[in-house]
Design a protein around this ligand. Structure first.
Ligand SMILES: [Fe+2]
Length: 436
């Protein structure tokens, strides 16, 4: 039998008093002790109709089994609904988990509030409209790189301040993988990237801006000609573009986004180009056809004949030309460029404009002068992204630097308006000829 001595009793009472004194205020005032505000990172994406679905992903240090996302329309008395999340451990035995909840059956163009089990903070997301009744804007850029956190943050903040509906990053996100196929990825770079992205990519009213991505050479151990197993973090962290590595995301009848793999974990030819041709053949009536991928068909820093750009021109460009892609957003060269509209490498008013070249989070390189090539209309050594605004009659692209200054702008009429303009011009030409 155990008997407490007076000294033990006094010590125990003292401990109890100390515990009550310290814990009571916390229990009374805070959920802090019960649930932290937010996980390390929350990010949103889409794998299906962006007007009626949302994928909520987050990162934590625990499996959080049977966690739910609770959401409701941002209106008083709106009923609360829930979606269960799946969780997956990080690759390469890192002590973190990625969680994913797919929400379906949402209303288009509607703001929702949501919370995640175990965390107190409330967040907002907005679904996309079903039709283009009023203009929408989104941002496409690439090469966030994380070589310098300050410049990554600076460009992020400028992009978020533009209030985009969503952002697409065309590869080389955290640059966590090395060219050595046997070297492990740098997990801390991914964590830092996701944490900073979550903190900064919110609009002024607190809405989290959805993220779409394509793979770049620095997401892959070995860079080029590898398999998805060599890019474990990319494929574990991002629900889109999914296991196949490339996908089409369709927004009603107003936008098809082709998110492609420029030869890192899937060859650009063969299955991927056959798939691309099939996908684009379904989209002849789509108001806007836009592709995003990492390695440029039309470089502005590297040589025109470099192996990887030549493969894009051989395998993707003829399909773009056949099915009339409107704009291709390219990356990897770290300097701004816009080509003339091109068909089969030649200037053609009905051709594809190739734009971008990825300088979101990098010190920009010095590009070639347009006068030194047949295809470049404009180049600039600038840290930038592109803002795309779609309306019922035109698509407008504005290249914006990290400080908000505009470095380039161009617009294209949608196909039906372009056709009317051509017919009208032909009528005017005919009249001129007849009157002469
Ligand atoms: Fe790259």
């Amino acid at each position: 039998m155990h008997f407490m001595t007076t000294k033990t009793r006094i010590t125990n009472s003292f401990v109890r008093i100390v515990l009550i004194l310290f814990l009571l205020p916390l229990l009374l005032t805070g959920e802090e002790i019960i649930s932290p505000q937010a996980p390390l990172s929350i990010y949103l994406t889409w794998v299906a109709d962006p007007s009626t679905t949302m994928v909520v992903q987050w990162i934590s240090g625990a499996p959080e089994e049977a966690a739910f996302v609770h959401y409701r329309k941002d209106q008083p008395e709106a009923p609360l609904e829930s979606a269960q999340a799946a969780h997956n451990p990080f690759p390469e035995e890192q002590p973190y988990y990625v969680h994913k909840a797919s929400i379906m059956g949402l209303l288009p163009d509607t703001t929702y509030r949501f919370t995640i089990d175990g965390y107190s903070e409330e967040h907002l997301f907005l679904t996309m409209p079903k039709a283009l009744d009023s203009p929408i804007s989104f941002i496409i850029g690439g090469d966030t790189n994380l070589s310098n956190l300050h410049i990554f943050d600076e460009t992020n903040q400028q992009a978020a301040s533009q209030n985009p509906a969503f952002v697409v990053i065309g590869g080389d996100l955290a640059c966590a993988a090395s060219n050595n196929p046997k070297k492990k990825e740098d997990c801390n770079r991914w964590l830092e990237w996701l944490e900073h992205w979550y903190q900064q990519m919110k609009t002024k009213d607190g809405r989290i801006i959805p993220l779409l991505v394509t793979i770049g050479n620095h997401e892959v151990k070995g860079g080029y000609g590898q398999t998805p197993e060599q890019a474990p973090f990319f494929y574990h962290l991002f629900a889109s573009p999914g296991e196949r590595g490339y996908t089409t995301l369709r927004f009603g009848t107003y936008l098809s986004l082709y998110l492609l793999d420029s030869g890192h974990t899937h060859p650009t030819g063969g299955e991927q180009s056959q798939w691309l041709a099939q996908e684009m053949s379904k989209d002849s009536k789509m108001l806007n056809r836009i592709a995003v991928y990492h390695v440029p068909a039309y470089p502005d820093v590297r040589p025109y004949r470099n192996t990887y750009s030549s493969a894009i021109r051989r395998n993707f460009v003829p399909i773009f030309d056949t099915y009339r892609l409107h704009i291709a957003f390219e990356n990897h060269d770290h300097a701004y460029k816009r080509t003339f509209p091109l068909t089969s490498d030649r200037t053609d008013p009905l051709g594809v404009v190739y734009i971008g070249n990825g300088s979101w989070g990098v010190k920009p390189r010095i590009p070639k002068k347009p006068s030194r090539t047949m295809y470049l209309d404009k180049t600039m050594s600038a840290r930038q992204f592109c803002k795309i605004t779609l309306s019922a009659t035109e698509r407008e692209v504005t290249a914006i630097k990290y400080d908000g200054s505009i470095i380039d702008q161009f617009s294209q009429p949608v196909d039906s308006v372009a056709l009317q303009q051509r017919l009208q011009q032909e009528r005017l030409n005919r009249k001129k000829w007849e009157d002469a």
